[in-house]
Design a protein around this ligand. Structure first.
Ligand code: THG
Length: 780
């Protein structure tokens, strides 16, 4: 029977969670809803049901793919009419090719088609009105209420129960563990509680002091009167249609058309002010003034709509988050309390499966770190931040977004003490993880690197190559402040970190160890550097908030876990001249070896120096408290002048680490990959792994630069995908790291990377590509 689970909310997510849990043998499942069961009144009740699988996130694309697979297997839940995304500008045509690439890399068939083929697929679309289309035959229409019903029935047949009119008023707990929920009329004991309350999430979360960082927003959807040219069929046959250049989507209802619009202003809704007891608390009155410009655009694309009235329209509420991803995971301090929220029907079955696996198996099969409930820093959970970013997400939902497009305000949010110096040097910033990060510095001269065009040229400058070359030939300063630093201390700290991670950590004080956090199944959750500062005192270099959350939640009593990132700052000083520079401002002995740490002084500033380099050059990470950051920068800068010291930005940093073959966690490897597959077996002691199913390898491209996420082809079929890529300034070659099956991972294998529809030839190479003997790193 498994443990007792109470699911709060019986929309598409709650019903799917009950189905997935009971399928895994956890049959003691009770689903509660405040509304009537047939139509509880949340977003699922009015969802228009269009399921488009294309998504820049591999995880989201695969959530959608599973939703399609599951709903097609359930009677009457899905009509597989196919999806058609059309382009009316050359930029959108290019974007469709990019999306075609995403789909190929997750195994979803699609094709770029011409205007005539678009017109042949959709009865109302004139060929003359579009430039191209992306056709996805397996996309289609979900019937959300039927999907809820079918999954609920199946769960019930396995022992689950669904109860309506049960408003949850209290979450019961014992210490830091959940024990049940209380509704107005009843009490339900539980070992696990899963919050699936959609846009009511912030209210439900408040019962357990959990800020649920989502913003409910209204979005317009309307149904036309009968349209000339549409047959009055029982089942829709026209593909679901997206006209992203005008923020519109379309579906067929017999002879009528349903039209959704994101073209209007963001209309945030306070969940506390939603009407409680109407039939449809999430459906607001249609605002005609918002609709009219959108409908004009709809008529431009589909002239058959000319003179056709709108029969019914509403502003339907659903959830947006700061980064567009759902919220999935366990409460940071109340164990057994789970959240699965801000989920569209499109991704609902995939999300529910991941959550059920998380409960039953300890970790989902798919990588969910980008969906993790605990991925946000404190400031990113503030209501003002969530409102600003989620509103912007609403406006941009169909825009062509470059991965480095900087978000609008609130900015700057997190800055390091070096920020004013960065500005003086003409830093071009992007925001990564809430931090302002220089991509390159206009004060440095451009290099004669190969010209770029299109996407590769955006948010990039040949100055980055100058900075990277200067790092290899002289020295550069990199801002390491945003790297998450966690102090782990107290009796048992060593044993805790040793058991938590893959490498041996009971080392001498002053040593640094590269180690991994793994799932029970051996997937790589994160890679860490752990510095032993004392018998029971460690500084952990980690990859963001999700790591901090894990370090905290698993810590035994007595072990303290403190995120010191914001109160400290750090610089990477790297390059062949780094020793000359540091010894000019420090009287300390700097001859301590590679992967060792020492407390030193830089001028009068106490600094923790780590002989570690993510760019593969001699040098140190230098950490001090935030108040002394400017002094540290200025001292090193003055000493560096005669040695050719430059400031280095993010692009140079990434290019150098890729040349050296250092992995970026979450990008190059995720919880789906074992250390052996990722080439990180050296960081694991005392554990073996299955034969690799695929391997992470570098591809040297003959020409061109790619961005990451592109499909890799061998012998005409898609064999893998690119994780991260850069132009290698030392090799003067373009590098793309990619996952490939073992049979294609041998150096010398010819492959090609599809970039905006073009196949760029390349060759699998041996790694590391630069300094395989580590001579640059270890002259000392
Ligand atoms: N610096 C510090 N902590 C970090 C990072 C960092 N933690 C998170 C992330 N970055 C960890 N990633 C790496 C990746 C590679 C290396 C260090 C951190 C590295 N690897 C060497 C190698 O693979 O040859 C050495 C490994 C070893 O000797 O065990 O240097 O940038 N503080």
């Amino acid at each position: 029977m498994g443990p007792r689970v109470v699911v709060i909310g019986s929309g598409v997510v709650g019903a799917a969670v009950a189905d997935e849990l009971t399928e895994r043998g956890w049959t003691d499942v009770t689903v509660l809803d405040r509304g009537p069961l047939s139509l509880p009144g949340g977003s699922s009740s009015h969802a228009p049901g269009l399921v488009f699988q294309a998504n820049p996130s591999r995880t989201m694309g695969r959530f959608a793919r599973y939703t399609v697979e599951k709903l097609t297997s359930l009677d009457g839940c899905f009509t597989q009419v196919g999806g058609l995304e059309v382009a009316t500008t050359p930029e959108r045509t290019a974007e469709l090719w990019r999306r075609h690439g995403f789909l190929s890399s997750i195994g979803v068939e699609s094709a770029i088609i011409g205007p005539e083929e678009c017109a042949a697929l959709h009865p109302l679309l004139p060929a003359s009105h579009v430039l191209a289309g992306l056709h996805i035959p397996t996309d289609g229409l979900a019937k959300a209420p039927r999907a809820v019903e079918a999954q609920a029935q199946r769960a019930i047949s396995r022992g689950a129960r669904f109860l309506g009119s049960q408003q949850v008023v209290e979450i019961l707990r014992s210490g830091s563990r959940v024990t049940g929920v209380r509704t107005q009329d009843d009490t339900f004991p539980a070992d696990h509680v899963v919050q699936c309350t959609g846009f009511w999430g912030p209210l439900t979360g408040a019962l357990v002091d959990l800020p649920t960082p989502l913003l409910p927003m209204a979005h317009q959807f309307a149904r036309t009167a009968p349209v000339p040219g549409l047959a009055a069929a029982q089942e829709a046959t026209a593909p679901i249609l997206r006209h992203q250049d005008a923020d519109l989507y379309f579906r067929e209802y017999g002879s009528r058309l349903g039209i959704g619009s994101y073209a209007h202003r963001p209309i945030p809704v306070d969940p506390a002010n939603l009407p409680a007891h109407t039939e449809m608390p999430s459906s607001f009155d249609f605002t005609l003034e918002d609709w009219e410009p959108a409908y004009a655009d709809a008529r431009k694309l589909l002239p058959a709509l000319d003179g056709v009235e709108i029969e019914h329209g509403f502003n339907g509420v659903f959830s947006f988050t700061a980064d567009g991803m759902p919220l999935l995971g366990e409460h940071p301090s109340l164990s057994g309390y789970w959240v699965a929220e801000a989920v569209w029907v499109t991704h609902s079955c995939g999300v529910a499966r991941a959550l059920a696996e998380w409960l039953v198996d300890g970790h989902p099969t798919l990588d969910v770190h980008a969906c993790d409930l605990n991925r946000f820093s404190e400031a990113q959970r503030s209501p003002a931040y969530v409102e600003a970013r989620a509103s912007r997400n609403f406006e941009e939902v169909y825009d062509i977004l470059h991965p480095l497009d900087p978000p609008a305000g609130p900015r700057p949010m997190r800055t390091s003490p070096f920020y004013p110096r960065h500005q003086e040097l003409g830093a071009v910033f992007s925001e990564i993880g809430g931090w302002e990060r220089p991509l390159w510095f206009a004060a440095n001269a451009p290099s004669p690197a190969p010209e770029r065009d299109g996407w590769a040229a955006r948010h990039w400058s040949p100055v980055a190559v100058t900075e990277a070359v200067a790092t290899r030939e002289a020295a550069a300063l990199y801002d390491m402040t945003p790297l998450t630093r966690v102090e782990v201390s107290g009796p048992g700290a060593c044993a805790y970190l040793d058991a938590l991670t893959s490498n041996k950590l009971d080392v001498a004080v002053g040593r640094v160890v590269y180690t991994l956090m793994l799932t029970d199944a051996g997937g790589v959750l994160s890679d860490l550097t752990v510095t032993r500062l004392g018998e029971e005192l460690f500084q952990v270099g980690a990859n963001g908030e999700v790591d901090v959350d894990r370090l905290r939640r698993l810590a035994p009593a007595g072990v303290s876990v403190r995120d010191v990132t914001a109160g400290t700052c750090g610089l990477g000083l790297w390059g062949p001249r780094a020793l000359d520079i540091l010894s000019a401002v420090s009287a300390d002995d700097l001859s301590f070896g590679y992967f060792r740490a020492r407390p030193i002084h830089v001028g009068a500033i106490p600094v923790l120096a780590l002989r570690v380099s993510y760019v593969g050059e001699l040098g140190w990470e230098l950490y001090t408290s935030a108040d002394q950051g400017l002094g540290l920068w200025d001292g090193l800068w003055a000493a560096g002048e005669e040695h050719g010291l430059v400031a280095g930005g993010r692009h140079a940093f990434t290019a150098l680490r890729i040349e050296k073959g250092y992995r970026a966690s979450g990008l190059d490897m995720t919880s789906e990959d074992t250390p052996v597959e990722a080439g990180l077996a050296f960081a694991v002691k005392g554990r073996s792994f299955d034969e690799p199913r695929r391997r992470l390898v570098p591809i040297l491209l003959d020409a061109g630069v790619v961005l990451g996420g592109e499909p890799v082809y061998a012998d005409g079929s898609c064999a893998g995908y690119v994780t991260s890529a850069a132009y290698g300034p030392t090799l003067e070659r373009s590098i793309a790291y990619a996952w490939l099956p073992p049979s294609l991972s041998t150096p010398g294998t010819s492959v090609s990377v599809e970039y905006f529809g073009e196949r760029l030839p390349g060759t699998v190479a041996a790694e590391p590509l630069v300094d395989p003997e580590g001579k640059r790193l270890k002259p000392l």
